[in-house]
Design a protein. Sequence first.
Lengths: 342, 391
Amino acid sequence: MERNGVKTLFWFGILLVGTACVFLLNVGLGSVNITGSDIVRVFADELFGQSGVKDNAHLIIWQLRLPRAMAGLACGAALAISGLLLQTFFENPIVEPYVLGVSSGSSLFVALVTMGGFTFGVRQVTPLFRFTGAFIGAMLVMAVVLLAAARVKNVVTLLIVGLMAGYICSAAASILSAFAEREQIAGYAIWSMGTFSGFTWQHLPVLYGIVTVSLVLACLLAKPLNALQMGDRYAASMGVNVRAVRCAIILVSSVLSAAVTAFAGPVSFIGLAVPHICRILFHTSDSRILLPAAMLGGALMAGLCDFAARTIVSPAELPLGAITAVIGAPVVVFLLTRKDKL
Amino acid sequence: MSEILRTVRLDVGYEGKAVISGVEIEALRGQTICLIGPNGAGKSTILRTLSGMLAPVEGTVYIKGEDLRTVKISALSRTMAVVLTEKRNMDMTTAYEVAAMGRMPYTGFFGRLEEADHRIIRECMSVVGAAGLAKREYHSLSDGEKQKVMIARALAQEPELMILDEPTSHLDIRHKVEVVGILSRMAKERGMTVILALHDVDLAVKGCQYALLVRDGEIAAQGRPEDIVQENTITDLYQINGASYNALLGCMELHNNNPISAFVSAGAGRGTPVYRALSRMGIGTATGILFENDVDCCIARSMQLKAVVQKPFTPIGEEQIAEAAGLIRQCRYAIDSGFPAGPYCQASLDLLREAKQVFTFRKPEECRGLYGSASVCFVDSIARLQRELEA
């Protein structure tokens, strides 16, 4: 698949530089003004352990902004790849974890774990426990959607099934919250709008561990993903073990989506918009290019959205879900209106 | 010649129910084998079973002597390639990239194409006449071009056996002929075995070495196309009414059973266009005097025209002349198709004097005294003839 190599490199360069810039912006800018030299000092402190002064700047940079920015990178990449995998799986360009209701399934189980877990005597909700709950929820909704997809091939029907699954999960979660304690509800409400603010140094290793392994697995699927674009039969005739690849896609995309949802809440549309933007930028449907492109693109997009959420009405904060929806929903409408291309 | 594919007491179908029973196929290297039959007869079901996409209901498919069920999918992909009827909308993908997919069985884990792979892809594209399409977006190609690219992709798999389901449907006549031509050339030159389902009986008979007629849950006949495709085979197979398949010429002719009102004096193929025109206009036609070895005679029989015929290479007999004269007198007019007026068909020319009116394709200077007292109208084309007849 010889593409215009220069163009591909150019866009990879842009995405890489863009992601780096957004990361720096997210660390450097915020409602509290912190100078560049202070930031350098905080990093030097942490990395080389020099002065040991733990002032306000240190707290904000090291405990708030840096984990948040790093979480944004991983979550963005994870969502974009999850979306890309699902789009190939369903041969349908308008699916992603959020649209299919997979995120909502995760949300419900996270709600169960965080609000209900206490009632059932689980005192401490570890990050891994939270993730496991999210993963079970994701797989359950995925099973429902797969059953529906086996019956109807229609693009819109699939969307509606996902939407309904999402509604049911949200309803169940709100019923749960009726029994929960006040602080838990407040925490759940913020989380359910989607936010990267909840990440601490305790969460990051879990998030990065899960996401890195899944992304590597996704990359290993590049060749069969290309074959699947021609349909199962052709893929099989070209030596692809279709069933195994399909299982792998479901597993990897669910894990990715669950990992994000467990900690950042349901973040909409990044998984949908980013793969499409990458297809258009790189003008290819070759997974070997799209996978890394979507990772970078997702990280960049998530970083940008989080930056917007933090700064637009600073010092107050907008919900991340609102920003991503404003960007993502028009993409869905755009894709639906050119349905002949689906 | 060695065997590539063989089926033993094969029943094919879905969910344990046999659609077609007793499929016995033996495909040799370099053979083109064609399944002919009406829509829904089960051609696709057979092909799917042969290619391993569908498990046999009963019996076994052997690929190079090995049970298809035990052949590894990766090994199979280097032996067999398929071209299916399903159409994919491959956005943002060039024709070259689609053809390059065919190299997947040979490329490494990430599907990186080596120079040798590129050479094979380019060669396969040029073999099917799609070299010029390489840079085009796949979805922007016409149906015929897409099909060629899909065949190039299958060829890039360097298969020993290619299975194609209706590769010519939705294609225009040029692409139909090209596709069948490419396949039979590949069979001859590369020793590749081709098994395909075709709608076009015509192409199937001419392009394939072996044919199977599929009908009513069974293989109705199989063998060399010339041996199994006869006058009635095709009309029976497709249950066609009102038309006949001419096995000798390999064409379909519509029957003309209207009450006879025109007599066409024909021969040497001059009559055929006139027959067809009259048939379209719904004018019942008699014709003569035709030698049995004349192509007009062949067509007239397929069209079920009333024809006065004479044994080949013999002078026209009195009996035939009398019969033809009777027909001409009975008809409202005669049409002289302008057949070459040799000594043996003088009788046919003389007969035209009996006609009430003659439409002739001959030039006026040829016709002096030819038609006696009949009123003569000169026509130079079918369109003109039609106008005159309608007037």
